[in-house]
Design a protein around this ligand. Structure first.
Ligand SMILES: [Zn+2]
Length: 67
């Protein structure tokens, strides 16, 4: 129940243990590992987007300049 599974039962339940979920960055189209590298994903309205760590920090920078 939310705690770290010592026996890896979560991984077994999800099927493949080596299932790396790579996201494709909506800006630079590089693929990145959301869990290992950071970045974010979500929706712009109804459009699914993902941002790699580099682009995400650039976006924050851009937003900062728009303030
Ligand atoms: Zn990117």
């Amino acid at each position: 129940m939310g705690g770290p599974g010592l026996n890896g039962t979560d991984s077994i339940r999800n099927g493949k243990m080596k299932n790396k979920k790579l996201e494709i960055c909506s800006v630079c189209e590089t693929d990145f590992d959301l869990d290992a590298e950071g970045g974010t994903k979500g929706e712009f309205g109804i459009i699914p987007v993902a941002f790699c760590p580099t682009c995400l920090s650039s976006i924050f920078d851009m937003v900062d300049q728009l303030k």
